[in-house]
Write a protein that binds this ligand. Structure first.
Ligand code: HOZ
Length: 426
């Protein structure tokens, strides 16, 4: 049996820290080595050893249309043929901004960046400039990219590796961050009463501690709390934007933030993200205003072309289909878990879900941390052995796509029924 992945990994560990360029994909949390990918086709991945997998990661969200969608590939090709970057504005950026503004209820203007990290970093700087305050309230288990001040009790890779606060972040950078438990109104009120806060920063549908939805009324409570104390409400919709609904979680929940960080889907698999908000706030950014923000590759023509081609595929019918796919796979996984007697909670919103190895619903980061990570690791390894590629961490979401067909759902359900039995030793 060939082991090209293993050989590449051994070489990679001599050249890349941990053998990877982003931690979660290393698969350490599920007790195995990473899988090196050769290509993607629709909802499937093919690794360098020729193994084929149903892909439930889809690049952690950007590939809502699946791998190598012909429209997206063609748009990238056409853009590349005209030049890959100009460091000067293009018509495509204006059209992408118009599309984002049309879709996202609270957004009137957009500043593009290359990553979600830059988008949230800019949101924090802008919120501080606008309010004249320093403190940012964030939630435990939320992940807003690897911004120094936002790494405290963060989800995603930090949760996966059990890193509560990253070395290298100065005390000064962390001093103005307050971390509060998700869904805990009293803790939010207490924190807001202590010191003036520049922004309440939240993933409206947290996906980086696994999917842990807001309890009824919690987002409305955050909106009112921000208004009462003069803070901005910032939604990080890097994951939920253009996925859970045409206009993201804010459209679905009818709660409108002051600023919105966007990413993933708007780059269609190429690096693109954005900060959006009302004109009065956004025009504080340079060169319209004095709050500095910049990027050589911001609004990159290839990323813009991929993003526009992806958004063009996302009509109402697409969202209905994505929601149906999510419901169908969640139902099938629940059935498999029940038959195996596995104590799991499958928490979902349209286009996103997490299989928590927990006997009770997960409502915050502490609940996610109480999950049986050993059983989760066994479950993921068993799925991979059966040609199904899940997010290799308990603290992440599964990403259904428009490319997932019935046969992918059936293969996943069959594999999962066995994987749940292996995970729980039944
Ligand atoms: N932090 C991303 C997931 N929420 C990417 C993980 C990875 O690619 O390793």
């Amino acid at each position: 049996m060939s082991d090209a992945s293993g050989e590449l990994y051994r070489r990679a560990t001599t050249l890349l820290p941990g053998g990877v360029n982003s931690p979660v994909r290393a698969m350490r949390a599920i007790g195995r080595d990473p899988i090196f990918i050769e290509r993607g086709e629709g909802a499937e991945l093919v690794d360098v050893d020729g193994n084929r997998y149903v892909d439930w990661v889809c690049s952690w969200g950007p590939l809502i249309a699946g791998h190598a969608h012909p429209d997206v590939v063609s748009a990238i090709g056409q853009a590349a043929a005209a030049g890959t970057s100009y460091g000067a504005p293009t018509a495509g950026e204006v059209e992408l901004a118009a599309e984002i503004v049309d879709r996202v209820p609270s957004v009137e203007m957009v500043r593009m960046t290359s990553s979600g990290t830059e988008a949230t970093m800019t949101a924090v700087r802008l919120a501080r400039a606008v309010t004249g305050r320093d403190v940012i309230l964030k939630f435990a288990g939320a992940y807003h990219g690897h911004v120094d001040g936002l790494l405290a009790e963060a989800g995603s890779g930090l949760a996966t590796q059990g890193i509560p606060a990253s070395p290298g972040v100065t005390a000064a950078a962390a001093a103005d961050t307050r971390v509060v438990a998700w869904n805990d109104r009293a803790a939010v009120e207490q924190t807001l009463a202590q010191r003036p806060v520049a922004a309440i920063l939240a993933e409206p549908y947290p996906g980086n501690m696994g999917v842990v939805g807001p309890e009824p009324g919690f987002l409305e409570f955050l909106r009112a709390a921000a208004d009462d104390c003069g803070a901005l409400l910032v939604f990080d919709e890097v994951i939920s934007g253009f996925r859970v609904a045409r206009g993201g979680a804010q459209e679905r929940e009818r709660v409108h933030p002051d600023l919105t960080a966007l990413g993933k889907v708007i780059g269609g698999g190429l690096p693109a993200a954005a900060l959006g908000g009302p004109r009065a706030l956004m025009e504080r950014l340079a060169p319209a205003g004095e709050v500095y923000q910049a990027g050589t590759l911001s609004g990159n023509p290839l990323a813009v072309a991929a993003g526009r081609a992806t958004l063009a595929l996302l009509d109402e019918e697409a969202y209905t289909r994505l929601a149906q796919t999510t419901e169908a796979i969640v139902a099938a996984l629940r059935e498999g878990a029940a038959e195996a007697g596995a104590a799991v909670q499958i928490q979902s919103v349209p286009g996103l879900f997490t299989v928590f190895f927990s006997p009770e619903p997960v409502r915050d980061y502490a609940g996610a941390q109480r999950c049986d990570l050993t059983a989760h690791g066994r479950f993921c390894r068993a799925l991979l052995e059966r040609g199904v590629y899940p997010p290799p961490s308990q603290f992440e979401a599964w990403f259904p796509s428009l490319a997932h067909e019935d046969r992918h759902l059936e293969q996943t359900a069959t594999a999962a029924a066995e994987a749940f039995r292996e995970a729980t030793g039944t």
